[in-house]
Write a protein of this length. Structure first.
Length: 164
């Protein structure tokens, strides 16, 4: 949550989106930090959505893909996705969708598996990226990277982008 909050100028978000929300665990944490925010989760698995609805009654959940978010343009202040991006079928399209639903100045925090630069040529995998590649994907979607940080010994990376 700290990375989502980074650079939000202290203004609490009115609406938060979790793409690949699973059972809604991070949305429950977000509700503790920003109790007045509207919480929305999207996940492709109906079983996860069913569990999220039971466990997080104050949030709205949709079954869907990151590449086709069932939300209006410019409807959320912040979005996040944790350890699901490598599953997205069309990652550039998904990032463009996130940008579409973010309000101007909105932040997107993506945390996912990463490859260290020295390993990338040895184990090519189209859906797992180095931090440099992730920054290029963000830029291609119209999101300016403001924070990029390696986690867990570099096996996971967090990238935060902002919509201009």
């Amino acid at each position: 949550m700290a990375l989502v909050a980074a650079g939000m100028d202290g203004t609490p978000p009115r609406a938060l989106l979790d793409v690949g929300c699973g059972t809604g665990r991070l949305l429950r944490r977000a509700a503790e930090r920003w109790p007045g925010a509207r919480l929305v989760g999207v996940d492709p698995a109906q079983g996860m959505i069913d569990a999220a609805r039971r466990l997080t009654p104050g949030a709205t959940f949709h079954q869907g893909q990151g590449e086709a978010l069932p939300l209006e343009d410019a409807s959320v202040d912040a979005a996040f996705s944790t350890i699901s991006f490598h599953h997205w079928a069309d990652q550039p399209a998904g990032l463009r969708e996130v940008r579409r639903v973010l309000r101007p100045g909105g932040r997107f925090c993506l945390v996912d598996i990463t490859l260290p630069r020295f390993v990338a040529p040895v184990i090519p995998h189209a859906r797992v990226h180095t931090r440099r590649e992730m920054a290029a994907l963000f830029a291609g979607a119209g999101l300016s990277v403001v924070i990029q940080k390696g986690l867990f010994g570099g096996t996971v990376a967090a990238t935060v982008g902002v919509k201009a």
